[in-house]
Ligand binder design. Structure first.
Ligand SMILES: [Zn+2]
Ligand SMILES: [Zn+2]
Length: 255
């Protein structure tokens, strides 16, 4: 049992990603089952999904704020296109979303050299619509991690420790540890995520939490390890007003 209690899975996929296998309702039910209070639905964009498109993301507004007892965050996992840090989603679409992750994927941005990857991230952090830097520990996209962590601190971007990366993206374990140590050193906030492509994987954070425990990572820097902390961050990032009730408040209201 980890000493960290995670309240939100901040990186999950549905069948709209085309290579993922659960619906948003199945994911929300799994999040509830895992004891979470929030679920960020972050399907792939552009060529990473032949299914989702502009209308998929812009129409997410019709979804309820709360689904199966968890607060839903309408998001996406946008692709970094090149070393300028340009993304494959329009500003208009990004502006309507509540949780935007930017990630590098080889089919979209063929890995180059570390300088090009660093330059790309330094471009991404300037994008006001981006909230989270996705799985930056991927060895294929090795970069100057100190430059990235410092730039995230300066531009208010959240670094994700993607638990799925630790087991599935070769070389990620040592890179993610390096990134986490830099975040600890510079005081950068992070989130822990599963990158689930199937509902049963929602809340699978064990590898990431074990690594964070190993390096004695400060709990207060893990944004999604506390309800109030995470709710405050989301309220700030959401383009419209959202209200979140803690479990204690909910219980009080039901009396
Ligand atoms: Zn990804
Ligand atoms: Zn993903």
């Amino acid at each position: 049992m980890s000493r960290f209690h995670i309240v939100a899975d901040t990186h999950t996929h549905t069948i709209a990603s085309a290579h993922a296998y659960s619906t948003i309702t199945e994911n929300a039910a799994a999040a509830k089952q895992a004891g979470h209070r929030f679920l960020a639905c972050t399907d792939h964009t552009g060529i990473m999904s032949p299914v989702s498109g502009m209308w998929y993301f812009e129409n997410m507004r019709i979804l309820p704020d709360e689904l199966c007892g968890v607060y839903l965050l309408r998001g996406c996992e946008a692709n970094v296109l090149d070393s300028t840090g340009a993304l494959d989603v329009s500003e208009r679409t990004l502006a309507g979303l509540e949780w935007v992750i930017a990630s590098m994927h080889p089919p979209v941005f063929p890995p180059q050299d570390p300088d090009a990857h660093t330059a790309a991230w330094l471009g991404v952090v300037k994008n006001p619509h981006v909230d989270v830097i996705g799985h930056c520990g991927d060895e294929r996209f090795r970069c100057d991690y100190e430059a990235l962590v410092r730039a995230c601190a300066e531009n208010g971007k959240i670094i994700e420790i993607n638990s799925h990366s630790l087991s599935s993206r070769p070389g990620s374990d040592k890179n993610c540890k390096e990134v986490a140590l830099l975040c600890k050193h510079f005081g950068n906030p992070i989130v822990v995520s599963s990158d689930a492509h199937f509902s049963a994987s929602i809340g699978e954070f064990d590898d990431a939490l074990r690594m964070l425990e190993e390096i004695d990572f400060p709990e207060e820097l893990i944004l999604n390890a506390d309800f109030d902390r995470f709710a405050a961050v989301v309220k700030k990032l959401c383009p419209r007003e959202r209200t979140f009730m803690s479990a204690a408040q909910e219980a009080e209201n039901q009396k």
